[in-house]
Design a protein around this ligand. Structure first.
Ligand SMILES: NC(=O)C1=CN([C@@H]2O[C@H](COP(=O)(O)OP(=O)(O)OC[C@H]3O[C@@H](n4cnc5c(N)ncnc54)[C@H](OP(=O)(O)O)[C@@H]3O)[C@@H](O)[C@H]2O)C=CC1
Ligand SMILES: CC(=O)N[C@@H](CCC(=O)OP(=O)(O)O)C(=O)O
Length: 365
């Protein structure tokens, strides 16, 4: 049994990690670290863990935590905070999976421009493996530090990756319109996230300037440069970068009154006529071997069919009239968008079957 710990344990992602890890057959939770609730019993804060093996767990302060005693540590902290803590933990023998945005960019000029934070550990950012399993499986297996992707980014990249090496796709024309449930914003108190502000309403926010625009565009272009070892790029290698050397992404997130789930609708122009059969073949070739990415041939995906699970579902429509492709991608932001993907990464690192502890299907109804 490997020993794993969570830092930032009482946040939404921390709790979701606990829910997955306490049922995982191959790992045992060692320490739960919390700044706000150190010294408290977990079940006093989260009674849903009564009767589980976490029943008597007490949350610990960072000062009392010995990183050396864990095989792997999840950091589920706000960006900016995370880089300091990962800096303290690194080099102590435990693998680290960071769920914040702090280690997702090798090019720190982009990080600093979009996050408005100076990076204090460029040496760690340089070695971190980007943790989208379907894109970067081999590098993740060997990594000491994995940067789990953003939630909107996971939904968006899974939808566009198979199109990036398609010669007919105009990569300068990609528009992503994504909707997220409110848990995507975390648990800390914010007036704009109150029930009365979000229920029965819907809004766009941060058009063109959301930090996930930069992450989607950065990773898509690293992929085009051959930065990752995924089989995804090998299905149509001759076509890579025909016409457009860089993908350009226009991204607008929306807040919708549901608790969990992301639905991304992606539009892109085709330079030549195509067909639904041709597009379907590209998606199927890309994801045939991927357990957690399901391509729907004849229906569009819905959040309710993935919420509570680590699965992504992708559907599409090719509009002959306008020569535009419309791709719809759905995930649970807390699972494939965060904790589930982190456990998938952990399974890879430890050499367990990738789906260990992740087999649950959606919670529906
Ligand atoms: N929610 C989502 O769907 C997704 C979130 N993420 C990312 O994962 C990370 C965690 O997100 P989420 O759980 O939603 O956020 P929350 O705000 O719910 O939780 C973050 C936790 O971090 C700890 N924390 C906060 N401030 C500090 C601080 N200054 N110093 C030390 N610890 C602090 C707190 O836990 P405690 O007091 O117990 O230490 C807090 O509950 C973030 O980087 C987020 O952007 C990524 C993908 C999806
Ligand atoms: C609904 C909502 O507010 N979502 C968050 C998603 C942030 C997130 O999870 O960001 P990282 O994955 O990059 O840490 C937002 O838009 O900021």
């Amino acid at each position: 049994m490997k020993k794993v710990s969570i830092i930032g344990a009482t946040g939404y992602v921390g709790i979701e990690l606990m829910r997955l890890l306490h049922q995982h057959s191959e790992v045992k939770i060692k320490d739960l670290i919390s700044k706000s609730s150190a010294g408290q019993r977990l079940t006093d804060l989260y009674p849903q863990f009564r009767g589980s093996e976490l029943n008597n767990y007490q949350l610990k302060a960072m000062e009392d935590f010995q990183a050396e005693a864990s095989d792997l540590i999840f950091t589920a902290l706000p960006h900016g905070v995370s880089q300091n803590i990962v800096g303290e933990l690194s080099g102590k023998g435990a693998k680290i999976i960071d769920l914040s945005g702090d280690f997702r960019y090798h090019d720190l000029d982009i990080y600093e421009e979009w996050y408005g934070v100076k990076h204090k550990h460029p040496e760690l950012a340089a070695e971190a493996a980007y943790g989208l399993v379907e894109l970067n499986r081999e590098q993740i297996k060997k990594a000491d530090l994995v940067a789990n992707p953003g939630c909107y980014v996971t939904a968006s990249l899974l939808g566009i990756l198979p199109m990036l090496s398609f010669s007919k796709a105009d990569l300068s024309s990609i528009i992503i319109d994504a909707k997220s449930g409110v848990s995507g914003a975390g648990r800390s108190l914010k007036e704009n996230l109150l029930f009365t502000e979000t229920h029965n309403s819907m809004k766009a926010y941060s058009p063109a300037v959301h930090r996930h625009s930069s992450e989607i565009e950065y990773i898509a272009n690293q992929f085009l440069k051959g930065e990752y070892d995924s089989d995804l790029k090998t299905f149509n290698p001759a076509d890579i970068s025909t016409g457009a050397d860089r993908a350009q992404i226009l991204f607008t997130p929306h807040l919708v009154p549901i608790k969990r789930g992301i639905l991304a609708t992606i539009y892109l122009n085709l330079k030549e006529s195509s067909s639904e059969a041709e597009i379907l073949e590209l998606f199927q070739q890309a994801y045939n071997e991927e357990e957690f990415v399901q391509v729907l041939a004849d229906q569009l995906p819905e959040i309710k069919n993935v919420a509570g699970s680590n699965f992504a579902q992708i559907g599409f429509k090719y509009d002959q009239r306008t020569a535009r492709l419309i791709i719809v991608s759905v995930i649970d932001n807390m699972l494939k968008g965060a904790a589930g993907q982190a456990v998938q990464n952990m399974n890879l690192i430890f050499g367990y079957p990738e789906n260990t502890g992740l087999k649950a299907t959606a919670l529906f109804p």
